[in-house]
Design a protein around this ligand. Structure first.
Ligand code: NDP
Length: 287
């Protein structure tokens, strides 16, 4: 048996087209483009690529994407001052601070300083709390992307057992909340979980957000399960390096009903939902 591949590239293009339609409607109603400001502090190579891609993707769907590139030595108070200015600027709908920040900057303090109504990453405690209390406002992008791919798989989540491996605030916890809201029975697993293989084998939907290359083996997967692999891990393969997920793809694809590849699965969905969140923030603020 070979699983159906959940093609994140194709689905993310559909989401981008949907967002473009919403941007056009917003522009004709309000006479301005939704604005997304992306802040990068330092020169982390991956972050430079991610932030450029976000700015480019925004402009491609008609969002006014602006990238602020600040030197590694920027002080926390200067970052907070920039956030303050953007928080108050009515033309700015979404603000994103690229993580990780340099060590001398307090990440929590910075994230909590973003106006929750402009928090398109959905990391602010107010947005996390609203999601937890069943009144989602701005929800983290990667979990939204996971849910869209799960929807594409056609699985009925009501009463299904969903196992989420990983309990980060960015992926694991919010994806578990979204699955719960869709009436799945959700188990969250982490590094202290006993018998992780046995637990995973009981999952109708298995979400791996761990950051350990190919941790989840084929024999951990329940036949016909939906497997969502969030992991992005660079491994050395001879003298070349390549990116793999948290799931041993070839093995798991033999057992699963549907599976996301890495790359080309969850990854492209994250940017698509950042654009979605920007238009949502703009619409929630401006009507
Ligand atoms: P974190 O490092 O914040 O969290 C990892 C989680 O995995 C923790 O809860 C940890 O448990 C758990 N864990 C670690 N080792 C094991 C293990 N051996 N068995 C079971 N659980 C384990 O990672 P993130 O959530 O930020 O990211 C996870 C992965 O997803 C990474 O590869 C990251 O690059 C990728 N990612 C991909 C995105 C995309 O767009 N596709 C976006 C965001 C992340 P504990 O809490 O006990 O330490």
């Amino acid at each position: 048996m070979s699983a159906r591949v959940l093609d994140g590239k194709a689905v993310s293009q559909t989401v981008r087209n949907e967002v473009k339609g919403e941007v056009d409607r917003f522009v004709s109603k309000h006479g301005r483009r939704p604005g997304l400001e992306v802040i990068l502090v330092g020169e982390n190579a991956a972050s430079v690529i991610y932030t450029r891609n976000k700015e480019k993707a925004a402009n491609e769907v008609g969002i006014r994407g602006v990238l602020h590139t600040l030197p590694e030595t920027t002080s926390e108070s200067d970052v907070l001052a920039l956030l303050d200015r953007l928080n108050q600027d009515d033309a700015v709908d979404g603000i994103l601070v690229q993580l990780p920040l340099p060590k001398h900057i307090n990440e929590a303090r910075v994230l909590e300083s973003i106006n929750p109504k402009k928090d398109v990453d959905g990391f602010h405690a107010i947005n996390a709390g609203l999601l937890l209390s069943g009144r989602p406002n701005l929800v983290p992008c990667t979990p939204l992307g996971c849910m869209r791919l799960i929807q594409e798989s056609g699985v009925d989540l009501t009463g299904a057992h969903a196992v989420v491996v990983g309990r980060s605030n960015i992926v694991g916890k919010p994806v578990a909340q979204l699955l719960l809201a869709k009436h799945a029975t959700v188990t969250m697993a982490h590094s202290k979980t006993r018998d992780l293989p046995g637990l995973c084998r009981s999952a109708d939907v298995l979400v791996a957000a761990v950051g350990r290359a190919e941790l989840v083996r084929g024999e951990w997967v329940k036949p016909f399960a939906v497997v969502i692999d969030v992991g992005i891990n660079r491994i050395q393969d001879g003298d070349k390096s390549r990116v793999v997920g948290d799931v041993a793809y070839a093995e798991a694809a033999e057992v699963a009903g549907a599976i996301t590849p890495v790359p080309g699965g969850v990854g492209p969905m994250t940017i698509a939902y950042l654009l979605h969140n920007t238009v949502r923030a703009a619409t929630l603020r401006s009507g």
